[in-house]
Design a protein around this ligand. Structure first.
Ligand SMILES: [Zn+2]
Length: 288
């Protein structure tokens, strides 16, 4: 048993190192698919929020790295690891995981096809990982300046999204339920770019504090307000969303300056704001 586990750990490490070579940041996982290393702060309820600033290991997805020496350190500290997780949302791939579940009685693959038909996108050829329970993970690559949040069942029942702060169980991982493996013919692929129409579905919808905002300033003013109300963690996402809407509605060029002003107000730099708006323009098929 112990020997089997050691072999599983060695194998997981080998898979993790190979994923890292492709630019994917990894952490060791236990058989339960959770990060193998527990938080060094778990016994200290008064500890301030730490994402690894303390220098120790055990900060979940914040430990994720592509550095082989660091990966070996992580696995040495977690000799019970039998798998590895791949952090989403990090450069260079800005990985987005589309997790198609089979547990629910709904057909999540059919739900995704239906979404694709309704929103006019096609699922590109990309890495597909088969899960032991019969589910599938599609790996997509997001644009660098957009934060895709994690969500469960928001897109459709049985479809979970792994975005920033989330991770995907890497192919070759062994868990209590079985082994994860790439679908035949997809292992060599790079994560394909997420179709813009799908990406827009993954971004949070605007949430107004007023159920029916007064229509004094019109649609453009609403988009500007939406950006102005952004908290620090959502500034770029909101700006991107608002700019996409503006371009789709034909007021993109007119709204560039007001949106940049709003973004500066939230603390984004002008360079960041212009890059995000340019990206939204490209996404929606316009010239930045
Ligand atoms: Zn810490």
């Amino acid at each position: 048993m112990a020997t089997t586990d050691r072999q599983a750990t060695t194998l997981a490490l080998a898979h993790a190192l190979s994923a890292a070579e492709r630019g994917l940041a990894v952490i060791p996982l236990s058989r339960t698919k959770l990060p193998a290393l527990r938080s060094p702060h778990r016994d200290d309820p008064t500890a301030p929020i730490c994402h690894g600033e303390c220098g120790r290991l055990g900060h979940g997805v914040y430990d994720a790295t592509t550095d082989p020496a660091r990966i070996r350190d992580l696995f040495t500290a977690a000799p019970w690891a039998t798998g590895y997780g791949i952090a989403c949302g990090l450069p260079p791939h800005h990985l987005i995981g589309v997790d198609l579940d089979t547990k629910s009685d709904t057909d999540s693959s059919a739900a995704l096809r239906e979404l694709a038909l309704r929103h006019l996108f096609t699922i590109p050829d990309t890495v597909v990982v088969l899960t032991p329970s019969g589910g599938r993970h599609l790996w997509l690559s997001g644009p660098p300046d957009v934060v895709v949040p994690n969500s469960a069942g928001r897109l459709a029942p049985g479809i979970d999204i792994r975005g920033a702060g989330g991770y995907l169980v890497g192919p070759g991982s062994r868990t209590d339920h079985g082994t994860y493996a790439t679908a035949p013919g997809t292992a060599h692929l790079a994560p394909a770019a997420c179709p813009p129409a799908l990406l827009r579905l993954l971004l949070p919808p605007p949430r107004s504090h007023h159920p029916t905002p007064p229509s004094t300033g019109g649609h453009g003013q609403g988009l500007v307000q939406f950006v102005l109300a952004a908290h620090e963690g959502q500034r770029n996402t909101r700006l991107f969303w608002a700019a996409c809407r503006a371009y789709e509605d034909g007021i993109g060029p007119a709204l560039v300056d007001p949106l940049i002003d709003a973004a500066l107000n939230t603390g984004l730099s002008e360079r960041e704001a212009r890059a995000t708006i340019a990206s939204a323009a490209r996404m929606t098929g316009h010239r930045p």
